[in-house]
Design a protein around this ligand. Structure first.
Ligand code: ADP
Ligand code: ZN
Ligand code: ZN
Length: 723
């Protein structure tokens, strides 16, 4: 390696973006392998940095500042980790050093070498009791320790081997701690395929079809081959069961969690355990895709379609997409699990780039609940009042469940009591003075709260405009639904779970515990309750008002609604006896809609085919690539001016490259916290063309921005979720 030629090293540091997209900077130092953590002077400060690969032919400037401190206590970050980070930075248009440092645990940057050495030593101690280690197979544990030690050397050769061999077929690994059920044929075929060759696999099966069991078996094979396993989930608190199952099945192994709800100290510890090769399994959210895993052998992304895999601030990366890239880079299988794959994934299956592994039955013969579409148009409408939010027939169905000792789950994607208050005399509405949005009426604390900027006030006694005392809620949120159910079904034990009732740490767990214990008859909530939880006693699931997604401007809204409804349906009747009397209700004013027709038949493929056809004719992803340039300023004209100038800069390049620049438009909520927002869509049928344009264009935008310093913020979102 030529990285340390002439005592010059390149160091990735967090530079402000306008100084040239954060390319590594040169410093003088004795030979240091790439991936080494250092501290270097930048301006008048010392900052953390990572030694980066330096092209041999690069010329060194005559005067270089020296590296101040080398954190040699930790093995360097491997070559494939650096490649992943470099790819992500380039693809999502962020500074290399900015991204590389942002994905490390924040605590790591604060330590000096002595402090780091102490922590590393502590973590290297065998934390597994001897008996458990024996149970888990000493061979694998020793191999792990050796692999980690091999990394510990200071020579550049300490890098992670790039391409790892696929794990050996069905060698007897360490016996699993908890009894694993024998797989059915489809599960076995899936496990065999995953173990046989690296590649990207779509594990396609409804809730309860045994996907998790496939992950566990594939993980077991990888662990037996001495490899580490990365399992990613959209939101950690929605999947306590998965963590429990992993911990149970692999009791002799070291499992660590990586997500943003950990304390900084925990996050550092878990990250280090993974990096040192001490942890065998990492269970995490999107940020875990950047975990350093020197022995990586398998990546699983459960619920791969979930929007939470996309980071929504800073580097707006898709952890799902990066997982696929990482698998490819390191030559390890990537398993994407879903009942309703993203259309991007589905299209890649159609093109033969991903392999679909289908699990077509629910384990134990459970069927999916019957879908009942309730036509809201059939309800009598009383003059002057909105139609009731709940069909009497649905209320009856809930009452039946209560009599039988079963549970019902009703979800509505709107928290609070009512989305807006209004005055019947003058038409005043509870707008937010700082945003182009209504303030939501929360009855519990009698507040009017803006869900965009947080501005909150006590509900006024009378209309602020005309003094009328008759101000009334319009529409319904979960709080009102809860109240309504309690009125309609006196004596029923109703619980509500949404962002308002789960603000306190531990409250979600406590409320879920009550549902599991059978202390709740009717569970009301936002879509957060429709995902993930394994509720055993629920035999009725109802979507109270899902129609709005059918006509939303967001082109992914139907895809998301279908996934949500399928996932919600999966909550009901997980055991075979209950399944027979389980139902999913959908209250709709458009019951004939094709989406609901497909849902009724649980027909993902028909839905996907029709959506893909629409996307293709509209030139939308996955048939095109998008980027969104967002700008915000206190005055809309500044954002407008910036985007216009940006557009002019790119127009010639875009025309030549076959990239379309659309005029700037306001997003659905244009003004938030007194800041006006605008966005400009950039689209191309070719991902490569779009990438090339962005790479050439963005440095010019950094220069352009300095004109508006302090009053304008802008960012680019590559592969945005919504446009
Ligand atoms: P999914 O992840 O698709 O929802 P799971 O893997 O959780 O499905 O399986 C659903 C239930 O069936 C779980 O309780 C699991 O332990 C059980 N299960 C899975 N596969 C088998 C099998 N082959 N034999 C018996 N039980 C199984
Ligand atoms: Zn009024
Ligand atoms: Zn507001």
């Amino acid at each position: 390696m030529a990285d340390a030629v002439n005592g010059v090293v390149a160091v990735a540091v967090e530079t402000p973006q306008h100084t040239g997209l954060g390319a590594p900077l040169d410093y003088s130092a004795d030979a240091l392998p790439p991936g080494t953590l250092v501290r270097v002077p930048l301006g008048r400060r010392d900052v953390p940095g990572i030694v980066w690969d330096r092209p041999a032919e690069a010329e060194a400037p005559p005067e270089l500042r020296p590296v101040r401190e080398v954190l040699a206590a930790m093995p360097p970050l491997g070559a494939s980790w650096r490649q992943l980070v470099a790819f992500a930075a380039a693809y999502y248009q962020r500074g290399l050093g900015e991204l590389a440092l942002a994905v490390l645990p924040p605590e790591l940057r604060k330590l000096d070498d002595v402090q780091l050495a102490r922590r590393v030593a502590r973590l290297r101690k065998p934390a597994v009791p001897a008996r458990a280690a024996r149970r888990a197979g000493l061979a694998a544990a020793t191999a792990a320790a050796e692999a980690a030690d091999a990394q510990h050397g200071v020579q550049p050769a300490a890098d992670t081997p790039e391409a790892a061999p696929a794990f050996p077929p069905a060698e007897a690994g360490p016996p699993a701690a908890a009894e694993a059920p024998p797989l059915n044929d489809e599960q076995q075929a899936a496990v065999d395929a995953i173990g046989a060759a690296a590649g990207t696999y779509l594990l396609h099966g409804v809730t309860g079809s045994g996907k998790t069991e496939v992950y566990l078996h594939a993980a077991e094979a990888a662990l037996a081959a001495g490899r580490q396993v990365l399992v990613m989930v959209p939101e950690i608190n929605l999947t306590p069961q998965l963590e429990a199952r992993l911990a149970q099945r692999f009791a002799g192994r070291r499992l660590v969690a990586l997500h943003s709800a950990l304390t900084p100290a925990q996050r550092l510890k878990h990250w280090l355990l993974a990096h040192l090769g001490e942890a065998d399994l990492v269970l995490g959210t999107r940020l875990a895709v950047f975990a350093s895993l020197p022995r990586l052998g398998l990546i699983v992304a459960d619920e791969e379609h979930d929007p939470s895999f996309k980071q929504q601030e800073g580097a707006r990366y898709s952890a799902r997409d990066l997982a696929v890239y990482r698998g490819h880079l390191e030559g390890v299988p990537v398993v994407l699990g879903s009942a309703t794959p993203s259309l991007e994934t589905w299209q890649r299956v159609q093109e033969g780039r991903y392999t679909r592994l289908a699990l077509s039955q629910r384990i134990g013969g459970g069927v999916l609940p019957r879908v009942r579409l309730f036509d809201m148009n059939t309800l009598p409408r009383q003059r002057g009042s909105a139609a009731p939010a709940l069909a009497p027939a649905l209320v009856d169905a809930v009452a039946e469940r209560i009599e039988r000792g079963e549970q019902s789950l009703l979800f509505l994607n709107r928290r609070g009591y009512a989305p807006v208050l209004h005055c019947t005399a003058c038409g005043w509405k509870s707008g937010c003075p700082h945003c182009s949005a209504w303030r939501v009426f929360h009855k519990g604390d009698r507040s009017l709260r803006c869900h965009h900027c947080g501005f909150s006030e006590r509900v006024p006694r009378a209309c602020p405009d005309c003094g009328n005392l008759d101000i009334a809620p319009l529409g319904r949120g979960t709080e009102r639904l809860e109240e309504q159910i309690a009125q309609l079904l006196p004596g029923a034990r109703v619980a509500r779970i949404d962002a308002d009732t789960t603000r306190l740490k531990g409250s979600l767990e406590a409320q879920l515990g009550a549902v599991h214990a059978g202390d709740v008859d009717v569970l009301v909530g936002t879509q957060m309750i429709a995902k993930g939880h394994d509720f055993r006693r629920i035999t009725l699931v109802a979507a109270v008002n899902p129609d709005s997604a059918l006509f939303a401007s967001d082109f992914r809204a139907p895809e998301r609604l279908f996934a949500l409804l399928m996932q919600a349906a999966g909550r009901a009747g997980r055991d075979a006896q209950q399944a027979a009397r389980s139902e999913m209700w959908v209250q709709s004013w458009h019951p004939q809609h094709a989406l609901y027709a497909a849902l009724r038949k649980h027909d993902y493929e028909a839905f996907a085919a029709s959506q893909l056809e629409e996307r293709q004719s509209a030139g939308l992803p996955p048939f095109s690539s998008l980027a969104l340039l967002r700008a915000e300023a206190r005055e809309a004209s500044i954002a407008q001016g910036f985007l216009r100038a940006a557009s002019e800069l790119a127009q010639a390049m875009a025309d030549e490259a076959g990239v379309t620049l659309y005029p700037p438009v306001p997003p659905p909520v244009a003004r938030v916290a007194d800041v006006d927002r605008l966005q400009m869509l950039v689209e191309s049928p070719s991902r490569v063309a779009l990438q090339r344009l962005l790479a050439a264009w963005l440095p010019q935008l950094h220069a352009l921005r300095s004109v508006h310093k302090g009053v304008l913020r802008w960012a680019v979102d590559v592969d945005p979720l919504a446009i």
